[in-house]
Design a protein around this ligand. Structure first.
Ligand SMILES: C[S@@+](CC[C@H](N)C(=O)[O-])C[C@H]1O[C@@H](n2cnc3c(N)ncnc32)[C@H](O)[C@@H]1O
Length: 292
């Protein structure tokens, strides 16, 4: 299994500010456990709750955190259920929460998961086995819905033309390469690469209901933070970042959160060179002021 160097690792460790005391921290997107493991290694007594809805991520992370298994508890679930998970553990408030959004390196580079236009695999793109795969979702979708998905989540210029072609050919779109071949027929060559990326990303966000989940997950996380507890969010897409920015701003206006970084934190040139996936990363951090 392949997982990549965690994005903005130093900033995450710095901003979440794990205390040596017995704090409780949640990594809501465990993935390859890169951030989680660094946070565990940087603390002695703190307890960690790790969540990921991808069973492959949880299985991998379980092996990685083995030396810390007494103070790290993993859950295969969606972070929208963070509140239920905490209730089950009889935990009311936590000291820090991390969201590192989007897909993991393992998910995009495993052809059978169907995320990538460069790798042949069934058109799945679902991160959780409880979510409908893309090919099935397309089969149930109306033309207008597909067009709106391309517009809203991918900012695709010819959304109507591409969405209509996808709709009309949806029954024959079984693999990632079927979709790529269709797009190659209708998108001019010089715009192809950029549009392949945009269309695949938009369909992935739709398949996994990523923006709605983020809104719910963040709202629950903010409600369950202790006074002075920290929330760190790394996003990779303008739609995600907008949600984080607006939710933080609204919470700050209500006096519930203090935004810690006025400007988003971006990875260094050096980090992007080593890990091109980090190039679109934006980190925002907040601190809870009042516990309602
Ligand atoms: C960018 S990766 C996280 C990488 C991780 N921070 C690391 O250091 O390896 C994002 C992870 O979030 C998970 N994820 C995305 N949406 C989720 C959701 N609603 N609930 C739980 N996990 C989710 C994905 O399955 C993926 O494994």
């Amino acid at each position: 299994m392949t997982f990549h160097q965690p994005v903005l690792l130093d900033a995450v460790v710095q901003w979440i500010n794990v205390q040596t005391s017995r704090g409780i921290y949640c990594d809501c997107t465990v993935g390859g456990a890169g951030h989680l493991l660094a946070l565990l290694n940087n603390s002695v007594d703190a307890t960690f709750i790790g969540i990921d809805w991808d069973p492959e991520a949880i299985a991998y992370a379980r092996a990685m955190i083995m030396p810390h298994k007494e103070r790290c508890f993993l859950f295969e679930d969606s972070f929208v259920n963070l509140g239920l998970i905490l209730d089950r553990l009889k935990i009311t408030y936590v000291d820090g929460v991390l969201f590192d959004l989007g897909v993991s390196y393992h998910q995009v580079t495993t052809p059978e998961r169907g995320f990538s236009f460069d790798r042949s695999g069934k058109l799945l793109m679902h991160m959780s086995p409880h979510t409908l795969p893309l090919a099935e979702k397309l089969n149930q979708a109306q033309r207008e819905e597909i067009i709106q998905v391309l517009k809203k989540y991918g900012d695709v210029r010819s959304a109507r033309k591409i969405g209509t072609a996808i709709f009309e050919n949806k029954r024959s779109l079984v693999t990632t390469l079927d979709l790529r071949n269709l797009l190659e027929k209708i998108i001019p060559r010089r715009y192809l690469k950029k549009n392949l990326h945009k269309v695949f990303q938009a369909l992935r966000i739709w398949t996994n209901n990523e923006l709605k989940n983020l809104e719910t997950g963040l709202t629950v996380a903010l409600a369950r933070l202790k006074q002075h507890g920290r929330i760190i969010v790394i996003s990779y897409h303008s739609g995600e970042d907008r949600i984080v920015k607006n939710l933080f701003r609204e919470a700050q206006k209500r006096g519930e959160v203090l935004i810690l970084n006025k400007k988003v934190i971006r990875p260094s040139k050096d980090e992007v060179e080593k890990n091109p996936r980090a190039r679109s990363a934006k980190l925002r951090a907040g601190e809870k002021c009042v516990v309602s």
